[in-house]
Design a protein around this ligand. Structure first.
Ligand SMILES: NC(=O)c1ccc[n+]([C@@H]2O[C@H](COP(=O)([O-])OP(=O)(O)OC[C@H]3O[C@@H](n4cnc5c(N)ncnc54)[C@H](OP(=O)(O)O)[C@@H]3O)[C@@H](O)[C@H]2O)c1
Length: 266
């Protein structure tokens, strides 16, 4: 009787174990080979990046978070995303994370880093270039980058505070423009941690338009980035983005049409 009981327990353990392994494997396989493909989000643990991840998940995308700190990512997202640990300064770690990826978002930023090895030159420029090169090699369908409204402005006070961040950001943008990967560059004004969908978004081409408005909510920036995904009206465009607190919100995906396609590098 005892032998039969042990036998049953053994069989049960075997079956449950197989089922667990199978479900884990299915999870990985679904994420990397599903019909939609994987969306890689660099900077997923950042204040804008995490909102991009949540918006993507809400739309049913399979997300892989490319992060320096997997514990931070696990705390934010649980098991709703795959986690790829790496650093944008380390091209090999990016290449490893690119398996099955069809779209890349980047909301990385070095601003405020006290570590000289993580200054803007190495993150906002070289890190973005590493991501763009890896995306090109992986034949990614679109790369959506969060940059900065003032990218390229030499005499901006942020350059003094943050090791020429705006100059390096433009170089990062241009690396993406030159990569051959279809892209959308969103250049937000000052970022606020506020709910989205409350104010009119004012989007303009940095080369052809301007605005006196200064701020925009991170939630709106994330919504615009995700609305750019697979949106032909957003391809190869650079979109400066602020919001007007005196006017009501409009549908996010209507903002791309009026922006002209980039004519080369900035
Ligand atoms: N703050 C503003 O008002 C403002 C205005 C305009 C544009 N922007 C730009 O908008 C973007 C998003 O800003 P945010 O304030 O939401 O960002 P944030 O909270 O500062 O997040 C930055 C993200 O970049 C990641 N990161 C930094 N160095 C990295 C590296 N070497 N490898 C991989 N990941 C790295 C960080 O990872 P950890 O979590 O591990 O630190 C974090 O996830 C940035 O590009 C920023 O420059 C900001």
């Amino acid at each position: 009787m005892r032998v039969i009981l042990y036998g049953m327990v053994f069989l049960l353990t075997l079956v449950t174990g197989c089922a667990n392994t199978a479900s884990k494997q299915t999870h990985v396989t679904d994420a990397s080979q599903g019909s939609q493909g994987v969306v890689l989000v660099a900077g997923a643990t950042g204040r804008t990046g995490r909102l991009i991840v949540n918006a993507l998940l809400q739309q049913g995308h399979s997300v892989r978070a490319f992060v320096r700190n997997p514990d931070k990512a696990a705390n934010l997202f649980g098991d709703r995303v795959e986690i790829a640990t790496g650093d944008v300064k380390d091209k090999a770690s990016i290449n490893k994370a690119m398996h099955g990826v069809q779209w890349v978002f980047s909301a990385i930023g070095s601003s405020g880093s006290k570590d000289p090895s993580n200054y803007p030159q190495y993150v906002d420029f070289e890190g973005t270039r590493n991501l763009a090169e890896a995306a090109a090699e992986a034949k990614v369908k679109q790369f959506i980058m969060v940059s900065s409204r003032s990218a390229g402005k030499k005499d901006h006070m942020l350059n003094k505070r943050f090791h020429n961040v705006l100059i390096w950001k433009l170089k990062g943008e241009n690396a993406l423009r030159g990569s051959g990967v279809p892209y959308t560059i969103v250049r937000p004004g000052g970022l606020r941690d506020q709910p989205g969908g409350q104010h009119k978004l004012v989007a303009f081409s940095p080369e052809h338009g301007q605005s006196k408005l200064r701020m925009v909510s991170r939630t709106d920036v994330a919504a615009v980035c995700v609305a750019a995904l697979n949106n032909a009206d957003a391809f190869n465009k650079t979109i400066a983005l602020v919001s007007d607190p005196d006017l009501p919100a409009q549908p996010v995906d209507t903002i791309f049409k009026s922006i002209p396609v980039d004519q080369g590098q900035y």
